[in-house]
Design a protein around this ligand. Structure first.
Ligand code: SAH
Length: 265
């Protein structure tokens, strides 16, 4: 493992000086440049960073920690985690820690997200969108949804807290993806209109897995979620596979997620 990641700001964003020439005389710029400008405007003010290097080091640490799926590593390298946290937390955005996102909730640790994605992708055929149709419970700030969007054909992400749902919508607007649908609602009910799902991933843990998640899981599909441990203390990561003959459940390591709550707020 390499040492701690360097802190921001590492280098100043290279913002092109605006030309004083009237619009009609300005040289035509490619559309991609315009999209980059739009994205920069969403970066927290005063940060102005070139984060690709720091993100690449986070990816190296994930790899050193055993994450080996190329598509997962690529997604982590692409999605700017600092864009999803408050500006005060930007210096820690690429550390392997959970960070507060307001309303008593947290953005999950990158290594934990990577672990869950790895469990979902085990034995799934290598293809363009290996997660297939995905249901995420607990959109939070939208970071994991942005990762899922790069690995899935279609993502439905549900959040019960309206302010977080709105925040995620705002943050994801900088990287519009036609394959993500954000829903404000009670994720314990899943989301029947887009079911069945090839993969289901929950970022909050309850006493047991809600029936709706299992019902909405496609045959050949996989679910990964934290659930309260058998001894009532802590949570365990659970993987469920739906086979034609029924459900198969496997317990994995102890984890720590925010509680799964019912209803909306
Ligand atoms: N994936 C998120 C992690 C957010 S933390 C991210 O990348 O930021 C888990 C989220 O689950 C919280 O925002 C919490 O409000 C939400 N949550 C808890 N119970 C829920 C439920 N029944 N339906 C939908 N969201 C729920």
């Amino acid at each position: 493992m390499s040492g701690r990641p360097p802190r921001f700001p590492l280098s100043l964003e290279r913002v092109a000086p605006s030309s004083g020439a009237p619009a009609a005389h300005r040289p035509q710029r490619p559309l991609a440049d315009a999209a980059d400008d739009a994205r920069r405007q969403h970066l927290p003010t005063g940060v102005g960073l070139d984060s690709a290097g720091v993100r690449a080091r986070m990816v190296q640490r994930l790899q050193a920690g055993g994450v080996c799926h190329p598509a997962v590593l690529h997604a982590f390298a692409e999605v700017p985690r600092h864009h999803f946290v408050d500006s005060a937390l930007v210096p820690q955005a690429y550390e392997d820690t959970a960070l507060p996102i307001g309303h008593g909730q947290t953005i999950s640790k990158p290594s934990v997200i990577a672990r869950m994605l790895g469990l979902l992708l085990e034995r799934r055929a290598a293809q363009v969108a290996p997660l297939g149709r995905t249901l995420e419970i607990g959109t939070g700030c939208g970071y994991q949804a942005a990762l899922l969007a790069r690995l899935a054909r279609h993502v439905v992400s549900i959040e019960r807290l309206r302010p977080l749902h709105d925040l995620a919508r705002e943050r994801l607007a900088a990287w519009p993806r036609a394959n993500v649908r954000l829903v404000w609602g009670d994720g314990m009910l899943g989301h029947a209109p887009n079911a069945p799902y090839d993969t289901v991933i929950a970022a909050a843990g309850g006493d047991d897995l809600p029936h709706a998640w299992l019902e909405q899981l496609a045959v050949g599909g996989r679910l990964v979620a934290p659930v309260r441990a058998a001894d009532g203390r802590g949570q365990t990561l659970v993987v469920v596979e739906r086979h034609a003959a029924g459900l198969q459940r496997r317990l994995h390591e102890t984890v720590q997620f925010v509680p799964l709550k019912s209803g909306v707020a």
